[in-house]
Design a protein. Sequence first.
Length: 342
Amino acid sequence: MRVTVLTGGASAERTVAFAGAAQIVAALRGRGHDVYVVDTVTGLLPRGAEAELLSGTVGKDPPSVAELDERERDFLTSGLAALPVVQGADVLLLCVHAGRGEGGILQAMLEVIGIPYTGSGPLASALALDKDLSKRLFRAAGVPVATWFMTPPTVAPEDVTTVLGWPVIVKPSKLGSSVGLSLVKNAKGFAAAVALAAQHDDEVMVEQFIPGRELTVGILGDVPLPVGEIVSKHELFDYETKYVPGMSEEIFPAKLEAALARRLQEFALVAHRALKLGGYSRVDFRLSPDGDIFCLEANALPGMTGTSLLPQAARAAGIEFPELCERICQLARNPRSRSGGT
């Protein structure tokens, strides 16, 4: 199979994408597939550049990528479709996060190019990345969510006290990996948290904080994988604890009563379908001390790094990483596996 991995990108999750691509490339080449790598900012990566960029590590902090934005836009509009490794691919495997790569823009361009690509279509990708819209659809489908509001140009801490109460989570609406996310325990830190999130997105979400257990459910081919639990060494499952080995413990399958695990899987599948996601996804939850379930968000292109959750969930189901990558590619080549824009 000829696979071209699209990775990198101009979002704050650029190094996360490269780390996942490193795993994917090694796995597919190890199974005998013909694999090329394209950075959506710089283009086709020669083998020497692959070795430099695809290190497999992420680091403690997200990179600064503001200077890459125009370069990515120019490449996607004028260079991507002309690449022979894109035109001749059996499948384009997307390992990009946030920005144009995960939010539907890249997917819309690939629909025009006409080469099968992994993950969801343009509409579903855009809905999943927008936390406000996705939570509205979850709620309409009967999936419980925490109360939230989006910040207008000016918002006072008194509004938070009245609507949500403290503490709250403040985060960019269209970004992942906990970039720009803050746990705000009182009015004193609220303005700074909103300003931080606004550095990464034009919309900021303020969400009721749900104490309790952090749980996640992967979906592969419309089938839920075993539930996982994340135990972070920080108060939140933040950027560092997600990508620095040893900063969190991931338990697959989670130690839950069977009925509760099934309920989480059912909610995950409902959320996946509510957004018209296709191929695969990952849906994250909080379980309160009282046993109430709250859906946090869905990830249309879950991380594939050495510490990422979807590969661990697949392994718990008996699917090792190389097979997982192959299955994702096979799903992309089946037009019926993708929703939300095809």
